[in-house]
Design a protein around this ligand. Structure first.
Ligand SMILES: Cc1cc2nc3c(=O)[nH]c(=O)nc-3n(C[C@H](O)[C@H](O)[C@H](O)COP(=O)(O)OP(=O)(O)OC[C@H]3O[C@@H](n4cnc5c(N)ncnc54)[C@H](O)[C@@H]3O)c2cc1C
Length: 342
């Protein structure tokens, strides 16, 4: 843990779900926290479909009373057409009724979570990109931004797929799948068959995800194992609808960083590990890793754990979780008969 005077106890790079969850966790424990977020205003970003498990965590963070206002629709399960006829898989239920997944428009959701961090006293600096990291012996000494350098006792990297810290510290990622590229886009119009719940359909060359995000707006994702999807490709059920913006691409190869934490830093969210979107848990995992890294940073600063214990606990915890998810994903892909992924 970096000793001496610092600009803040915790500096978090990136204000997506992982960064905001880490910031709120640390601020609630009385630490001084700065979030450096590159985007002045959030634009559209993928990851709108929330697993029901996201709700209790958001309630714990303090967003509970805003979830229903932010949610743009609810669904009790997902249509799955994967190695057999379409079936509706529910999320489960309890005495209060069926568990509900929901959709969120990410700019609104990410903005609300970051603003909640501000309400807890976090110093949120938007429009600030972290340009570099200066360090020694695997620890971070300074964070460089276009507005000058900063120091912190602990740095949490929550830069998503940018993976800023890993690039700076030369940390590589272990791939656990062949290279997978997701193409995704949004269409406007009406598609009544997709209004009750999202659907995933697998075939021998890949899979397609379709979902209604809000009234008149739908999202699709296509992963083609041979990456041959054309830029003007649209799922069959969205044919004739108007694309909202150009088709985008994202590398969704299953991978995890070789080191997930160090003497005074943690990686949270997609910066630490990614799976392809069939896992349906990207945002949930980002929030949970943000919370866990925040707790461990607090424990290390407060002397309850040594920095080495905190780093090693985090690394082990996330690696085990990731390994279980990989096993689960392989079982899912095996049903499709895709040998390289199953
Ligand atoms: C096609 C696709 C579909 C998906 N669908 C789903 C889904 O339906 N449900 C789901 O749960 N997940 C889904 N995911 C996964 C989900 O998008 C991610 O897991 C989630 O957004 C990761 O959150 P994060 O906070 O780790 O990173 P991000 O949300 O990427 O946030 C990172 C933040 O860091 C900021 N940043 C980056 N670099 C810097 C820098 N140098 N300085 C300062 N700030 C910086 C960025 O501006 C951004 O705000 C999908 C992913 C893809 C690619």
């Amino acid at each position: 843990m970096a000793a001496g005077r610092h600009d803040a106890d915790i500096v978090i790079i990136g204000g997506g779900p992982a960064g905001s969850a880490a910031a709120i966790t640390c601020a609630k424990r009385g630490l001084s926290v700065v979030v450096l977020e590159r985007d002045q205003v959030f634009g559209e970003r993928p990851g709108e479909t929330m697993h029901p498990g996201v709700r209790p965590i958001l309630e714990q963070l303090g967003l509970g009373n805003r979830i229903d206002a932010l949610a743009t629709g609810f669904h009790a399960g997902i249509w799955i057409e994967w190695g057999g006829p379409p079936r509706f898989q529910t999320f489960g239920s309890d005495a209060d009724g069926p568990w509900q997944g929901f959709h969120l428009w990410r700019p609104d959701f990410d903005g609300a979570l970051l603003s909640l961090a501000g309400d807890f006293g976090v110093d949120v600096r938007r429009g600030v990109s972290v340009l570099g990291i200066a360090g020694e012996h695997g620890a971070i000494r300074e964070i460089e931004t276009e507005y000058g350098t900063m120091t912190a006792r602990v740095v949490i990297d929550a830069t998503g797929r940018v993976r800023h810290l890993a690039r700076q510290l030369d940390i590589s990622y272990q791939p656990r799948s062949p290279r997978l590229i997701a193409r995704y886009g949004y269409v406007t119009g009406s598609c009544p068959v997709r209004d009750d719940a999202p659907k995933i359909s697998g075939d021998m060359s890949g899979w397609t995800w379709t979902a209604r995000i809000r009234d008149g707006l739908y999202q699709w994702t296509r992963v083609d194992f041979n990456d041959v999807a054309k830029d003007d490709w649209l799922p069959e059920e969205f044919q004739g609808m108007a694309p909202l913006s150009r088709t985008r691409g994202a590398d969704v190869t299953w991978r995890i960083a070789e080191r997930l934490a160090g003497p005074n830093w943690f990686m949270a969210g997609d910066a630490a590990a990614t799976l392809d979107p069939t896992s349906s848990r990207g945002v949930l995992k980002s929030i949970l890793t943000g919370v866990m890294s925040g707790h461990l940073a607090d424990a290390a600063i407060g002397g309850k754990l040594t920095p080495q214990q905190a780093a090693s606990y985090y690394h082990q915890w996330l690696l085990e979780w990731f390994d279980k998810d990989v096993t689960h994903m392989k079982q899912f892909y095996r049903l499709l008969g895709h040998s390289e992924l199953g």
